[in-house]
Ligand binder design. Structure first.
Ligand code: HEM
Ligand code: HEM
Length: 234
């Protein structure tokens, strides 16, 4: 039996959400950039470059921290295939978080454009000036962005499935954590909930309302979960 923490380290959780906001912003800023020729273009590019480099810096802090602090165990009842898909998709997310900024930086270097972070901070070129290389990297930046976006959509769907359907503590391990106190019991709190107990009482007495009778018969009952996982991250 594992005694690992059921939650990601608080610093990892903070970086996860900072990076989630930054990467989503970057995808939309990037699309905004290539969709306009107006004055907004200059502003968007001026935000896109330093924010992209900030993503690279954050992921380089996050990876060693993740290796040192580890991750919670997967819910014991999660099918092996789903565990493998989750692991693989997290690896691809990390890869994309490193690759996107590097491709952006390399692409501008190959295009001969200085990578300005601010008016006074200019990053060195990481590739020689080569326009055919620029063309390849420019296409790669678009392609990897599309794959990244698709991955994030799948990741979001999986997080919602854990949080709203399985209620197995996975979403909480990346949000408030399991030891947050002073909060009302979450609809997905593990163990019997007030709602589940109402359901049991209704079943025992046979006098429950329609909803209570439903709660008695459906695992997880009226607590919003289709499946209440008993083997989640408790
Ligand atoms: C997480 C990191 C990044 C993400 C998610 C991202 C995303 C995007 C997206 C979605 C586009 C539009 C692609 C298209 O529709 O063709 C784009 C374009 C672009 N990005 Fe990034 N990017 C990132 C990092 C960077 C970095 C670090 C730089 C440069 C230092 C950069 C420079 C550019 C440039 C120059 C364009 C093309 C602008 C144009 O053609 O007018 N990107 N990016
Ligand atoms: C938009 C809403 C998002 C939600 C609700 C969300 C939720 C979560 C949750 C619940 C986990 C823990 C999963 C587990 O342990 O199996 C997780 C892990 C992870 N998330 Fe997100 N996430 C979001 C966005 C993002 C974005 C945009 C990225 C990429 C930039 C990202 C990258 C990751 C990675 C790499 C992990 C694995 C953590 C590790 O094991 O080190 N997430 N996320």
């Amino acid at each position: 039996m594992s005694h690992r923490s059921p939650d990601f380290h608080p610093a990892l959780r903070l970086i996860h959400w900072l990076m989630a906001a930054a990467v989503l912003a970057m995808l939309f800023i990037g699309i905004g950039m290539v969709s306009t020729t107006g004055p907004a273009y200059v502003t968007l590019v001026a935000v896109h470059r330093p924010l992209g480099i900030a993503v690279l810096v954050l992921v380089l802090i996050r990876l060693p921290l993740r290796l040192v602090t580890g991750a919670p165990d997967s819910p014991a009842d999660l099918p092996a295939l789903q565990k493998r898909v989750a692991w693989g998709s997290h690896m691809l997310l990390y890869l994309a978080m490193i690759a996107m900024p590097l491709i952006g930086w390399a692409m501008l270097s190959a295009g001969g454009t200085p990578v300005l972070l601010t008016q006074s901070i200019i990053l060195p070129a990481i590739l020689p000036h080569d326009l055919s290389l620029y063309a390849v990297l420019r296409q790669a930046h678009t392609l990897v962005a599309l794959l990244f976006f698709a991955l994030i959509l799948g990741h979001l769907a999986a997080a919602l499935m854990h949080g709203l359907v399985r209620c197995d503590g996975v979403l909480r391990s990346m949000t408030t954590g399991h030891r947050s106190s002073g909060l009302p019991p979450s609809p997905c709190a593990s163990g019997p909930t007030v709602d589940a107990e109402i359901g049991n009482a209704a079943r025992a007495s046979g006098v429950g309302t329609e909803m209570e009778r439903h709660a008695a018969n459906v695992p997880g009952g009226v607590n919003g979960c289709v499946v209440q996982s008993e083997a989640g991250r408790q």
